[in-house]
Every structure is written in C-alpha cells, then in structure tokens.
Design a protein around this ligand. Structure first.
Ligand code: SF4
Ligand code: SF4
Length: 669
C-alpha cells in the first residue's frame, strides 16, 4: 500500500524519510507495520508463548513481504501487551504505550479523530485524542474484568458454536435482540445456556452478547468524553457485530479508515519510531553527567555496617520498625541499632503471611518473614522496639514478641495538636528510656539526650542540604541515590553520619550539571522499604524521569523537622516527633497534605506519584482527599497501589509510561 492510499492526505508528508518498524503484540495477536520509501507493509501472526518469538516471526514475515533487509531498518518501536520483553540487536528500539500508539495511528489514518474505542483481547480503552497532534488527552481503561473485551466475546461465541470470526456477522442476522444482563463471563455463560434451552436462536443470543459488551464499552467511553470522529481500533475492531452494537448505542457512526484497524497500534508505533529516529538524529545527546558521588561505595559501607551489627558483641542490639522511634534516645543508650525495613521480597511476605493469616500490608508481613526465615540481622537482635501509629504495626510488634524476639510497642497518639497527646507521648518516651536502661544497664541523663539531639539536628540539617541540591534543574543525584543516602541514616550512628554527609554534600554540590532538565516527579505515600526500588527503577531507568523529592518516611519526610535544644529534652523530643511530616494515620490529615503540597511547589515538580501498599488502611484510605487537593492545586497525580510481587510490574509500567507521555505532551502544548 502507498501512503497516499491509506494515510490522511493532511499528514502523509510527515512520514517521508526513515525506514521504521512498529510492532504491536497483543494478548491474542501480534501485528507489525513497516514504513519504507512511501509504502506501508503489514504482517499479522497469532501471539505465541514467548513474545520475542512472536516478534521475530512478525519481523521475518514483514521483511519477506517488503523485500527489504533487516539492516535497513533505522528504528523500531514496540507496543502492546508484549512490548516489555522485546529486543532487536543492533537497531535502536524503544517502547511506547499502546494507548499512545493507538491514538497516533488513528490520527494518521483520520486526522480529525477525537475519540478512540480500542477493544483488545484482554482489555478495552476509551481514548480522547487531540486532533491537532494525535496525542492522548485522556484515557480510561477497563482491564479488571473480561466484560467488553475480545476474551469475553470469544468465550461466549464458543458456547454458541461460532468461531470468533463468525460471531459478528451472525449477530447481524438476529431477528430480535434478547437482553443479556450480565457482562461477567461466568454469569453470561449461564444466561447463554438458559437462553439456548428456551430455544432462542444462536444469532439472536450473539446479538444480545454484543449489545451487553457494547453497553459496557459505551459507559467507559462516555466518560472521556464521547465526541464524533470516533474510530474503533484493536483486535475486535473487525467484528461487524460489535461495530453495529456500538453505533446503535452511541447514536453516531464510527469512522472507517482505509487500513484494517487491527493495525492501528502497530502503525502508531511505526510513526513513533520515525519521530524518535528524527529526534535522535537531530539532538546531540549530551554526555551523561559523571556520577558525582560513589553511591555504590556507600552501599558497600552499609553492608559492612550490617555485617558488623551481626558479628559484634560489644553492645546490646536493638531493631525498630517505624520512623516515630526517637533515635536520639536510642543512640544515647549506647545500644547498636538498625531500622528493620529490609523488605521487598516475596518469600518473606509469604512466610510472614503464615503468621498474620489476615489482611496486612506486605511491609509488615515481610518484617515478620525476615524473623521467620532467620535473617542474620533479626537473629542478632536482643530486643525490638516499635513506636506505632497503625494497627498493622502494633500487631506485628506483638507477633514478634509472641514468636521470635522480645518486643515492646509504644503508642504514638494520633492527634498531634492536643496538649494531652504531647504529655502522653512524653510519657511513652520516658517508658522507652526505662526499657533501654534495663536492656543496656546504663542510665540515660538529660545531658546525654541533649547531646544526641544536637548531633541528630546536625545530621538532619545535612540531609536537607543534600536534598536541596535536587532543586537544581538537573540534579546530580537520582531519587534512588537519595534513598540510599537516607538508608545510611537508619544504619549508621550519627557520629559517622556527619562526616559522611558533609563529604557527600561537598562532592554533589560541585558536580557539573548535565544541562538537561528531566521530568521532575515527587513520590508521596507510604513506606518504601529497603529492598523495594521497583517503582524508582521504572521511573528513573526505563522512563528517564527523576524523583526529586519525597514525603514518605523513608525519603525526605523524617528530615524536615528540628528538635528544640536546651529545653526539657523529653518534651522537646515528643514535640519534634509529633511535628514531623505526619504518617497518614495521624490527625489532622490536612497537615500532611499541606506539607506535601509545599514540597511539591518548593521542588518545582511536574507531577506526583502517590504510592502505597495494597491493604494499607492508612495510605489507601486517605488517598482520595490527597488526590483531590493536588488536583485542585493543578498538580497531576498518578496513584499506584502495589505489593512486593512482580506480577503487577507490567501494568505499573504501562500506567507510568502513559502518564509520563501525557505529561510530556501537555508540556509541549
Ligand atoms: S508509613 Fe507510617 S507507620 Fe509505616 S513505618 Fe512509616 S511512619 Fe511508621
Ligand atoms: S502505615 Fe500502611 S504501609 Fe505502613 S505499616 Fe501501616 S499498614 Fe503498613
């Protein structure tokens, strides 16, 4: 096919130039589009078990059909369900979300496109497109249930004795359309069986199924909003029965471009490949700034500190869980101490689950799992202390005491503003002192605590100064680097931290700027365990954005407060910890949101990632108000609920990529 036979005449000139390949691997079928010297070539195969094999098969087919050489391809963009795994040696290859690719493909086929309905094997999407650029304005996705997807139609057609290619035309022969009320595959199956038992013709039932699916899709698309110049893409777009049902329910016709719309995603990927190729040629990529500080060396130092903690026998050893534990007091006791947040693995989660046997967050399950699997650090501990705000923490502290090590919990009062709360918390801190004195056999005097308060104030100020360097357009440290710097705070004693942070700040402050401003993101929400860097890896390595600030208790959150010096040190400590960036369970919630908004503005972030662990009642339940307030402030937020399994990584990556693409497109507009 020549460009002018298929591509919208307003846009065909934009496709001249490079030889580029778009590959779209869906759950059921793989499609490829090759753009070469004014011609469009296509190929389609069934998706196999291994995505790379499917991609290779597509490549072989399309090269044979087009009679061009692999080496002639300048750039490849992969999209769809299988894009994560694809590799093509020797050719620049990157990935773009199927949402953006479908939008771009539909735009080049019909420049006026404003709305896309994309129905694939596993999900359905409604996409609002900017007709000037082909970029996504808004999208909604149904990937939670099979209703309104190719899978639903395929399963339902099999019950009627139709193949997936027969069921659409068959539905158009229906004389009446019975109401299929259920859109769930399981319930629809029993409805189909009962309709058949009542003698309803299969064609009529097929029409009922199409309308049931189309209703689901119509509800989705009406929220984006629904506008004319609507295009239908994806694996189901060839189904005439679905097109008819959608047009009937929506009330206006679906535009039919000249290319088979199952190729829309692959065409969009090829167009992105061309854009990326042109950008890569034009841009003189500035050399990546030399790593300004040896963070790998820091990781080795922390491992050595952990090994020393395990091996040494010159002090009592304390483990603690939560950021509300007053380290000034812990250090004044002379005990060796470590924060127990080495979480992020699935094995520990499942071992912890054997204890909790209920719905806990993966962080607390993982803490228990480390005791169950006899991690050397946990084995070495003499006592665990937990200042807790949430019930999961309280129950975890009790379970540790019941099954593994002596453990004592202390209550953090929820209402930080009341004088009674402060007096109560001061008493809890004094009780903590008593416990420490009993454990170590050493009295802790006011002067000891005051000296530690001064020392920790110095440490916190240094961490703030290091973080301030991230306000630069092109920060010399990544979000992951910063979390490693913070990890040191929970592993090393303050006497060692002062020279370490001074040196770190000096080296980072004098580092040369790379000159490029990355997309600046803030990470908000719950604890990010030592060992859980999945979202940071996706954001910073795969997507190229940068986390420049966080409000969580394992990022900048614990370092925004100073403790009063020279006063009653017990009251000063109680006030300082209650006044720190609050955990989600603390009152008033507004204070946490205001603090996060102030950080977002101060660090000039482009958007926020709100991350929390599934089954966390604190961050999960308070997220709505947080999202609303950020929305009102005009700061985009992507909410990401996850656990420590790898199962949801693909979906998180797709959502992140789509979010970042929408942000980039907004910035360009
Ligand atoms: S999220 Fe809250 S409860 Fe959990 S460790 Fe952090 S401060 Fe403690
Ligand atoms: S606040 Fe949430 S993530 Fe943190 S320990 Fe409690 S339940 Fe788990």
């Amino acid at each position: 096919m020549r460009f002018q036979d298929v591509i919208d005449p307003m846009l065909s000139a934009e496709l001249a130039g490079a030889t580029v390949l778009g590959i779209d691997i869906g759950s059921r079928g793989g499609k490829a589009v090759l753009l070469h010297e004014g011609h469009i070539h296509t190929a389609q195969v069934a998706t196999g078990v291994f995505m790379q094999d499917t991609a290779n098969e597509l490549l072989e087919d399309i090269l044979m059909a087009s009679e061009i050489d692999f080496a002639e391809i300048d750039h490849i963009v992969a999209t769809g369900y299988g894009r994560i795994a694809l590799e093509f040696s020797g050719i620049a290859t990157d990935v773009v979300t199927e949402i953006s690719c479908h939008a771009m493909g539909a735009h080049f086929l019909n420049a006026a496109t404003r709305t896309i309905i994309d129905i694939g094997g596993q999900d359905s999407k409604a996409i609002q497109v900017d007709p000037d650029t082909g970029k996504v304005i808004k999208f909604l996705m149904n990937d939670k249930c099979a209703a309104g997807t190719g899978r639903f139609l395929e399963k339902a057609s099999a019950l009627l004795g139709f193949s997936i290619t027969e069921v659409g035309p068959a539905s158009l022969r229906a004389e009446t359309v019975p109401n299929v009320s259920s859109q769930c595959t399981v319930f629809a199956e029993s409805e189909v069986i009962s309709l058949r038992a009542r003698g309803v013709p299969p064609e009529d039932i097929a029409a009922g199924l199409h309308f049931a699916s189309a209703r689901r899709v119509r509800n989705l698309v009406s929220k984006v909003p629904l506008e004319a110049d609507l295009v239908f893409t994806g694996g189901v777009s060839n189904n005439v029965g679905m097109k008819h049902a959608l047009e009937t329910l929506i009330g206006f016709p679906i535009t039919v471009p000249k290319l088979d719309m199952v190729y829309a995603g692959a065409l969009g990927a090829a167009i992105y490949a061309q854009k990326h190729h042109v950008e890569a040629k034009r841009a003189l990529r500035k050399a990546e700034a030399q790593k300004a500080y040896d963070f790998e060396g820091l990781s080795r130092l922390l491992q050595a500190a952990e090994d020393h903690f395990v091996a040494s026998d010159d002090a009592k050893k304390v483990g603690y869980l939560c950021n509300y534990t007053p380290l000034e007091l812990l250090n004044a006791s002379g005990a060796a101490h470590l924060r127990l947040f080495k979480c992020g693995g699935t094995e520990e989660v499942s071992r912890g689950e054997q204890i909790t046997k209920s719905v806990f967050c993966d962080f607390t399950k993982s803490v228990l799992g480390h005791f169950a699997t006899k991690h050397p650090v946990n084995e070495a501990i003499d006592k665990v202390f937990t200042f807790y705000t949430c019930d999961s923490m309280r129950a975890t502290s009790q379970a540790i005491d019941n099954f593994y090590k002596s453990s004592r919990g202390f209550i953090v009062p929820r209402n930080a503003d009341s004088a009674a709360s402060r007096a109560f918390f001061r008493q809890e801190i004094l009780a903590f002192r008593d416990e420490l004195e009993t454990l170590t056999g050493r009295e802790i005097h006011d002067e000891d605590l005051q000296a530690q308060i001064r020392l920790y104030n110095r440490v916190r100020a240094l961490i703030r100064q290091i973080s301030e360097l991230r306000k630069r357009d092109s920060p010399a440290l990544s979000g992951r680097d910063f979390l490693e710097a913070v990890r040191a705070f929970f592993y090393l004693e303050p006497e060692a931290l002062v020279p370490l942070y001074e040196d770190m700040h000096r080296q980072l402050a004098t580092a040369a700027s790379s000159g490029t401003r990355p997309l600046r993101l803030m990470m908000c929400g719950g604890v990010v365990a030592d060992g859980d860097r999945r979202i940071l890896d996706l954001v910073e390595d795969d997507i190229g954005a940068r986390i420049v600030v966080e409000d969580h208790c394992t990022g900048l959150g614990p370092f925004l407060h100073q403790t009063r010096e020279g006063d009653d040190p017990w009251a000063a400590l109680a006030d300082a910890y209650l006044d720190q960036t609050p955990c989600a369970r603390q009152f008033p919630l507004e204070r946490r949101i205001e603090a996060a908004l102030a950080l977002a503005r101060d660090y000039r972030v482009d958007a926020v990632l709100y991350t929390y662990l599934k089954f966390c009642p604190c961050y999960g339940l308070t997220k709505n108000l947080f999202l609303k307030r950020f929305q009102e402030a005009g700061i985009p937020v992507l909410e990401l609920g996850s656990d420590y399994s790898a199962g949801d990584l693909g979906q998180i990556k797709t959502r992140l990529e789509a979010f970042v693409e929408v942000l980039a497109e907004r910035a360009e507009a």
